[in-house]
Ligand binder design. Structure first.
Ligand SMILES: [Zn+2]
Length: 254
């Protein structure tokens, strides 16, 4: 692998030459904000079993278990702040360079960093809201989180009586069609995509950078570990995303 500075120069040149730059982000961009990748040891998934969407709909026990897990997770999420990698993406949008952020994350940190909510496409939903599974009304997660104990961890919609669920996409729940459609459209339009912090192992999300590649766009991969798709990337970084992106920004402005 070439030296860090040389790769930063290459990435900077790719950005300068591109006319439509997008980002695709995964858990790795938020680990520096203290949010553990749910697949990592010691994560909440070690202490709670996975509750599928079907179980959530059919079993009160499953709903309680799911909400208890979310309640615990929410304490960490509330403390989390965007790091330099998120802030750099917001700066790239302000500079008129970045057109969309497609994310697998549910933490809302791209919006906190200053990316416009309209350009952030959340493929796995968001932990910032709760939603009624029947009438689709939404509430800020704080509101539901604060009443969980009163309702014995099985909150119901005041309008229709439906179950209230965190607005994240659960196992066994289909990907949101509109978000998937928008993400694929952005991937097709991109002549450069920054892939940050995803090991590209979960489909169909992992197919997004491949679409850009198939359409002739370039890819910059910033991820601590190898991915099955490294061979299609033009430039690869294993360094921390905050360091890589802040160096690229400096180089762009310099
Ligand atoms: Zn409802």
């Amino acid at each position: 692998m070439k030296g860090f500075e040389e790769r930063v120069r290459e990435a900077t040149n790719l950005i300068k030459q591109a006319s439509y730059v997008t980002a695709f982000t995964g858990a790795g961009i938020s680990t520096e904000s203290g949010i553990a990748d749910f697949r990592s040891p010691g994560g909440v998934w070690d202490r709670y079993r996975i509750v599928t969407y079907q179980e959530f709909l059919s079993s009160s026990e499953a709903r309680k278990e799911y909400w208890k897990m979310k309640h615990e997770l929410y304490k960490d999420l509330r403390e989390a702040r965007p790091n330099k990698a998120h802030l750099s993406l917001a700066e790239l949008e302000r500079l008129g360079i970045l057109k969309a952020v497609i994310t697998q994350n549910i933490d809302g940190l791209h919006q906190d960093a200053g990316n416009s909510p309209e350009i952030v496409i959340e493929l796995h939903g968001t932990n910032r809201k709760a939603i009624c599974v029947d009438c689709s009304r939404t509430w800020p997660i704080e509101k539901i989180d604060s009443i969980l104990e009163e309702v014995d961890f099985d909150p119901r919609c005041v309008h229709c009586g439906g179950f209230i669920k965190p607005a994240t996409i659960s196992f066994g729940q289909p990907m949101p069609e509109m978000e998937m459609f928008r993400a694929m459209d952005e991937a097709r339009r991109s002549d450069l995509m920054l892939m940050i912090g995803s090991s590209l192992q979960v489909e169909p999300a992992a197919s997004i950078p491949r679409i850009t590649h198939q359409k002739g766009g370039a890819l910059i991969f910033i991820n601590r570990t190898e991915t099955p798709w490294d061979h299609i990337a033009t430039v690869i970084f294993r360094e921390p995303a905050s360091e890589v992106l802040s160096n690229i920004l400096e180089s762009l402005k310099g």
